[in-house]
Write a protein that binds this ligand. Structure first.
Ligand SMILES: [Zn+2]
Length: 289
């Protein structure tokens, strides 16, 4: 009987110890759940629950003690983790969207105009470019500069790139190198007289260039990669459509400011591509990239 009483007493003591520990743990839980300033809110509540589970784990022989049904706590924790994951996914999606917008903003194209200056259409183009705050690249024919010096001066003042397109549109690889060099020197000198600077860039007529010319002329050749054949069609709408359908990041667009249709097309192209997130640069900026 004594033995039984001792056993019952021991069992009672164990129960009391357990109840005391539950009370202690519950008190700890309440203070943690209340937070340092007694505030509430899902985040604080969640943090409190995590702290409680950590505290419970530290207590010896308290493995079986739970504050509230364990399934509920686990479910709440899972829900909170799910919410956090959703939040992270949303943030990631937003970041990706920003990155896409950033990429779009970085798309660049260069408008280039050959064969000018033209006494009527080039000033019209310069006005349109100035209104749109766009800089382009002009490859001038030396003999077209005579009488149009003021236009070239304006071109330079507006920040456009001015390059060489030979003296009279000779195919530079067709004859001897000496003639080709004379053509290039002629136009470089004409431009230098107006702007005070010799151009660094040359666009050889028809894109015809040779290693020999490359070794003789210390200039950078600037070709193109998008040709809407504006000189051939002289059709504003066709030029606009072609460029809009083919433009991509890095496009160097070939146009001629000696046709009214090309000038009108160029301004329309700027408006459309700008709305699509394109940035217009001069060929030196494009070639450096
Ligand atoms: Zn040309």
């Amino acid at each position: 009987m004594n033995r039984r009483r001792w056993f019952v007493g021991k069992k009672m003591a164990a129960w009391c110890r357990m109840i005391l520990m539950i009370l202690l743990a519950a008190d700890l839980g309440v203070s943690l759940l209340a937070g340092p300033k007694g505030g509430s809110g899902r985040r604080q509540e969640y943090a409190g629950q995590r702290a409680v589970s950590a505290a419970v784990k530290k207590l010896p022989a308290a493995e079986e003690m739970t504050i509230g049904p364990p399934e509920e706590a686990a479910a709440e924790e899972a829900a909170a983790e799910e919410a956090a994951a959703e939040e992270a996914a949303a943030e990631e999606a937003a970041a990706e969207e920003t990155a896409v917008e950033g990429t779009a903003a970085k798309k660049t194209v260069a408008l280039t105009f050959d064969d000018g200056p033209h006494p009527v259409f080039t000033p019209k183009l310069l006005d349109g470019l100035r209104k749109r705050r766009v800089c382009a690249s002009f490859f001038l024919i030396g003999q077209n500069i005579d009488g149009n010096e003021e236009i070239v001066r304006q071109m330079y003042a507006d920040g456009h790139l001015i390059g060489n397109h030979s003296q009279n549109h000779l195919q530079l690889t067709s004859g001897n190198a000496e003639d080709a060099c004379a053509q290039i020197r002629y136009t470089n000198e004409k431009i230098r007289e107006i702007t005070g600077q010799e151009p660094d860039y040359i666009r050889p007529p028809f894109g015809s260039w040779s290693d020999e010319l490359g070794s003789l002329i210390p200039m950078t050749v600037a070709l193109w990669n998008l040709d809407p054949l504006d000189w051939k069609t002289q059709d504003r709408a066709a030029v606009v459509r072609y460029v809009e359908n083919h433009a991509e990041d890095g496009s160097i667009i070939l146009l001629h400011d000696v046709y009214e249709s090309s000038v009108e097309a160029a301004l329309e192209i700027i408006d459309t591509l700008t709305a699509e997130g394109y940035n217009f640069v001069t060929v030196d900026e494009m070639l450096i990239e």
